[in-house]
Design a protein around this ligand. Structure first.
Ligand SMILES: *Cc1c(COP(=O)(O)O)cnc(C)c1O
Length: 395
């Protein structure tokens, strides 16, 4: 029988109906510690009073009009995002993939205006930029590409974090833009080296290319700064934002410099919902909390504690946790074994994490966690690690 929901997800048995801070509860009152945060989305945890209040007030006032009209909330959130970043201008979307689509269109229009309408976008092995037809073309990952053929022929993919390979591709000609995740998320929490990101900036400047960052997963405080690029001392020309930016409300954004966005003139792009008043209220409420320097400092402190505890735990379960990597609260534990099986096993101990490529267990807690939540997570993770069938660990 055809399932009423297309079976495109491997869903677990967990069925939450309510959330509070970093915890989720099902209809029977069963509780989980949520260190996946809806895949780096619930930056403020669940039911954060400031976010809930902002959405409730705005819902009662005005939910949606249209981009045919002036939207004061869009103006305000764009002013705040540009003041906090490299960017001069913003286009709002409803998701990360749409933010990437806007990012790519921004780059292609800039190239078109420069007479380079056939130029390609350089992307990197293991990249994940979303599930639309353009974004699945922007990666070499068979997992997301298989079954769709080559949809868009505008991408060239070279090995990740390999500056020489990027230089060779650019020198081979016809590259017009570079798209990169400063820290790859889906393929296993793989931070770029500073020399790589800085080298890409130099390459872009020397060859008149646009440099685009995908900070859908790494942005909005996740790494301990508002955006990860700040820690690399490199700014992009265009950037895609999503996930945490709405704190759970569907929201994304494409940020760009005035130069990079010069081709995005009237009629070039659009969205029915993108940037509607309700989404803008959510985005503003998240920024109210996350953009505070004291909040970001606390994320960095929390991260140092969590990372230290994970590294200690790794020594206590020899042979299972091979490495702790990442930045801020975007952490990955590389497993000697199947990370999907481990994530499922940890769920039975009341801890939610997220599997990623390279057998990495992603630890993506809400940014609001406190030391006692770290202790709770480490206790559950320790139990799960000690009881994880070693036959699987050796697999
Ligand atoms: C999740 C993600 C996307 C896609 O975002 P959606 O909101 O699922 O469309 C794109 N890029 C990165 C780096 C992501 O982590």
């Amino acid at each position: 029988m055809t399932p009423v929901l297309m079976p495109v997800y491997g869903r677990s048995e967990v069925a939450p109906v309510r959330g509070e801070g970093p915890h989720l509860f099902d209809a029977d009152g069963r509780r989980w510690l949520d260190f996946a945060s809806g895949i780096a989305v619930n930056a403020l945890g669940h039911s954060h009073p400031h976010l809930v209040g902002a959405i409730q007030r705005q819902a009662a006032l005005l939910m949606h009009t249209s981009n045919l009209y002036t939207l004061p909330g869009q103006q305000r959130l764009a002013e705040r995002l540009t003041a906090l970043t490299f960017a001069d201008t913003v286009f709002f979307t409803n998701s990360g993939a749409e933010a990437l689509e806007a990012t790519l269109k921004t780059c292609l229009r800039w190239l078109d205006a420069d007479g380079r309408s056939e130029a390609k976008v350089l992307t990197f092995s293991g990249a994940f930029h979303g599930r639309t037809l353009a974004t699945i073309s922007a990666t070499d990952q068979p997992k997301v590409r298989n079954g769709f053929g080559t949809v868009l022929e505008r991408f060239v993919t070279v090995p990740f974090d390999d500056l020489a390979a990027a230089e060779a591709a650019v020198n081979a000609g016809n590259i017009g833009a570079i798209l990169v995740e400063p820290i790859q998320g889906e393929s296993g929490i793989r931070p770029t080296s500073p020399a790589f990101l800085q080298g890409l900036r130099r390459l872009a400047d020397d060859h008149n290319l646009l440099l685009a960052f995908d900070e859908v997963q790494s942005g909005i405080g996740r790494t301990g700064t508002l955006f990860a690029y700040e820690q690399y001392g490199v700014a992009p020309d265009v950037m895609a934002v999503g996930k945490g930016v709405g704190g759970g409300f569907p929201l994304g954004a494409c940020l760009a410099t005035a130069n990079a966005a010069s081709g995005m003139t009237a009629g070039m792009h659009g969205s029915t919902y993108g940037g509607n008043p309700l989404a803008m209220a959510a985005g503003e409420a998240v920024l109210d909390v996350v953009a505070e320097p004291a909040f970001l400092a606390q994320v960095r402190e929390t991260s140092a504690i969590l990372r230290g505890r994970l590294e200690t735990l790794a020594t206590e379960v020899p042979g299972l946790f091979l490495e702790v990597r990442g930045l801020g609260l975007m952490l990955g534990v590389k497993l000697n074994g199947d990370s999907r099986a481990f994530v499922a096993h940890a769920r039975t101990y009341g801890l939610l994490t997220a599997a990623a490529g390279d057998n990495v267990v992603r630890i993506l807690p809400p940014l609001i966690i406190e030391p006692q939540h770290i202790e709770e997570a480490i206790a559950k993770l320790g139990e799960a690690a000690r009881t994880f069938p070693r036959a699987q660990a050796a697999a």
